[in-house]
Design a binder for this molecule. Sequence first.
Ligand code: NG1
Ligand code: ZN
Length: 529
Amino acid sequence: DIFEKAAEVGIKKHPRNLKEEVTYGTAGFRMRADSLDHIVYRMGLLSVMFSKFRSGVTGLMITASHNPEEDNGVKLIDLMGQMMPIAWEKYATSLANVSDDKLVDVLQEIAKLECIDVTKPATVSIGRDTRASSLSLSEAAVDGIEAMKGKCNDFGLLTTPQLHYIVCCQNTVGQYGEPTEEGYYKKLSAAFLTLNKNRKVINYVPELYLDLANGVGAPKLQQLCAYLGDVLKINVCNNGSGKLNYQCGADFVKVSQMQPVGLNLEPGMRCASFDGDGDRLVYYYKTSEGKFALLDGDKIATLFAAYLNDLLKSSQLKLNMGLVQTAYANGSSTNYINDVMKIPVACVPTGVKYLHHKAQDFDIGVYFEANGHGTVLFSQTAQKLIRNQASDNSLDEVTRDAAVRLATIMDLINQTVGDAISDMLVVETILASKDWTCEDWDSAYTDLPSRQIKIKVENRLLVETTDAERRTTKPAGLQEAIDEVVAGYKHGRAFARPSGTEDVVRVYAEADTQANADKLACEVGLRVY
Ligand code: NG1
Ligand code: ZN
């Protein structure tokens, strides 16, 4: 039987050599690469079961994003390019933890619970980042897929969002795009070039300085550039010659609020960083006073939302728009969206799956994590209305042009998941269309000083949270202690939550000055110990 065969291959080639229990977390399984082999093999098995269950192509990505080079990870992708549903995470977790001799039982159990017809055909598309461990782990995934008699499309090196895009294309033949890496570059560059045709700019300089975190974004960006010509000049650094994510990349820049190594930041330069797997993007620049200034996910979200809102107004399309953030969003951004932009804003727990889900409540849902991961979702209705109006020649020019622009922006945005390449092209398009510099963009609102720190504790899962992670429910007394500390700070806000990707509790704090934000984070951190 197929499950026994899968278990046999597992024992022989990918035995379980890990004692600790692991869980499918915020972004799948993530840990030291040398503990992952059996988990990836088993996720290969699960990706086939999931494909049979869904009757379509599923995806499996090998990456640990912004984590250090020694780590790696695996996550599964659903038919439309979104994350595997939360309801399936428990299967991933039990498969990863079961002993080799009980593997058959867990596979049978999943098949039974989800009524899966194991004789059905299955296809899984896989991709991987540039880590040294990624190739052999992707081979473990292939073994898993083949042991379950699934067909495997191995796309080799890809950014995470490229794989999400390809899986979506494979399941929506002819609708979302060509299901290849080439198709991805063609679709994005065509939209970008159309949107930037005939632009008249004085302040906007079509030159970007880009830190690629020494990750998979480096070779991919290079391929994209061939399509952009001189419409956007990109000067790259950390493009693969140095250590992955080390003192560079979007996470480093966001958390340390500092420029990456390898970049000589001067006033007038517009800079950006990708993370290791190319799904996060942050911008930054040096002010004329010589200060480092960050334009993070919140700034990108408000830029996108304001621009789309203007286009909606000009097009007179009756579509609602909303913004989704997490507790890490800077308080100033939330106030700005509420009070100035007057757009509804929702707060959800950390993790793209929650943001993505919530954004589907709107005709146009903009979601971003402060760390630079995000995208825009257009509902089926919105897409249809926008495309219809874009091709309606009976309308006046202004109304129709706005719809044409909206339709082209839809093609530029990777709606399956946050995508650094796509988001970067959207930012550049908006800045060019407004003829803005970074300072112009940054002037909408001023960030409250903030600090994020990590606390190493015995067992991070003793901390439990509620209210989109903004308050703790356990251990007893912790929230009261945090409230008391926060009350002593002007514009103070702080929270603590267990990380889903690292063995730490994260503490975030905001206050009126940087020194106070730092101090508040430390004081809250002390309460967590
Ligand atoms: P955790 O480790 O659960 O905080 C981090 C990021 C998330 C998300 C995931 C997946 C922060 C504070 N947290 O999750 O936003 O990006 O990694 O990569 O940035
Ligand atoms: Zn990432």
